[in-house]
Structure formats: C-alpha cells, structure tokens
Design a protein around this ligand. Sequence first.
Ligand code: APR
Length: 242
Amino acid sequence: MTLDAVRGWIAAADRVAVLTGAGMSAESGVPTFRDAQTGLWARFRPEDLATEAGFRADPQRVWDWYAQRREAMRHVVPNAGHLALADYARRHPGRLTLVTQNVDGLHQRAGSEGVLALHGNIVDDTWLEAPRACCTAQAPLAGRPPRCPTCGNLRRPAVVWFGEMLPLATLDAAERAAESCDLMLVVGTSGMVHPAAGLAQVAADAGARVVVLNPHPSELDAVADQVLRGTAATLLPPLLAD
Ligand code: APR
C-alpha cells in the first residue's frame, strides 16, 4: 500500500532527486561506514585514515588502506538498486538527478550518467600539494604513495576527507537539484555527514516530498514524508518499475 503511494508520487513528479549513501552499495558487498559489526570505521579511527593530517602523519598506511579498498571495489558489481536507477533515468530522460556520497563508482558502472559524486571517486588520485611543472601523473611513479621524482610531491586518493571542502560545482548542482525537485528519494544514508545530509532538508523546505529508504532508523527520518523500511536492492526496482 505504502509502496504504491510512493510509486504514485514518483509518477506525478516532474523532477526526481535521489541522494544515496553507503547503504546503497551494502548489497553489492561494500561495507558501510557506521555499521557496528562490519563498518569500515569499526576497526580504524577516521581521523587516522580519512583526514589530510592522518595522511601526512603516515602516507603509506593511508595509501595502503585505500589500495585495499580499491582492490575490493574491483570485485563488486552494481546491485538491483543501482541498475533500477540507471534504467529509470534511461527511460525518463532529464527527470532524475542522482547525487551520491559513495566513492565506489557503482552508480556509474551501472550506467547512470551525470552522477553528482559529492565525495569523489576512489579510483582517482590527485597531488597532495599544488602540482609544479615537474609533477606529472602520466609517468609511472614509484612509491606507496607514488611521489614526483623531482620535488617529492605525493599522490593521494581524490576523495573528500573529513574537514575538506566538497567539490564546489558538484555541491552546487546537487543543491539546485534538491531545490528544484518535486520528490527526493534518500537511500541508504545515516544522514549524519553534512553538507550531503542537509540536501534532504533543502528539498523539504522547497516543498518537495522526501522519502527515506532504509532498513534502519536514520537521522533523516524526521525530514521524510514517508519512510520505507527495506533495502535499496529490494525497494528501488518495484518503486522505479514504471
Ligand atoms: N539498503 C539501504 N540502506 C542500508 C542498507 C541497505 N541494504 N544497509 C544499510 N543501510 C543503511 C544503514 O541503516 C545506514 O543508515 O545505510 C546507512 C549507512 O550509513 P553510513 O555508514 O553512515 O554511510 P553514509 O551515510 O553514506 O555516510 C556518509 O560518511 O564517512 C563518511 O564520506 C563517508 O560518504 C560517507 C559519509
């Protein structure tokens, strides 16, 4: 019954925004961040692994941790939820804007185009310091992390760490999507990390309906017009079937 009601809201919406978090990829086998049993932070302190200070303190440790995650990402595939979103966007051109906090690239691999990846993509890396003329990532660089052989500048994962700015143009586009949508689906996020989590409130303030899809309570339940208790891979295909 509730599922049908939300399907009706989706059908009536001219613009749909979707905000996804780690739970979106849980059924692909990518661990979430804040799940006590399996979460990535259960074994590590975020400030050691996901901050610039942590990287500067021990570049090799952080690089190796990301190398492990990159390797793990190579063995996972998009789930039915990722595929349903990509398929819906293909069938309804221009209607859906997909905003993700995930760095796993699974939406893109599922075929979604124009994904607004607020926290970057784990496959990319970038220079720690502003690159000089000698810094070129083209040449195969030695080291863990690789470094510029001339000035020693280090490569680092091109993901947004705690305390860092989100890519401005991407955040801007996500805010515009939140302001202009009629309906926002919030999928698999604990809603604890801002500014991404604030997008649901932006959408609600602008008059959009907000629907949370999550098997567990989240910070964004309070913003939602409707909470669907279930997983991304089971809920998205029936919701986006039309
Ligand atoms: N389907 C949908 N949701 C699920 C599923 C599933 N199969 N499994 C778990 N969840 C939900 C959990 O209940 C939780 O609310 O996904 C959410 C995952 O929350 P987090 O681990 O906090 O992930 P996220 O919200 O994406 O974290 C935000 O924090 O550390 C940073 O940069 C990192 O992008 C990340 C950000």
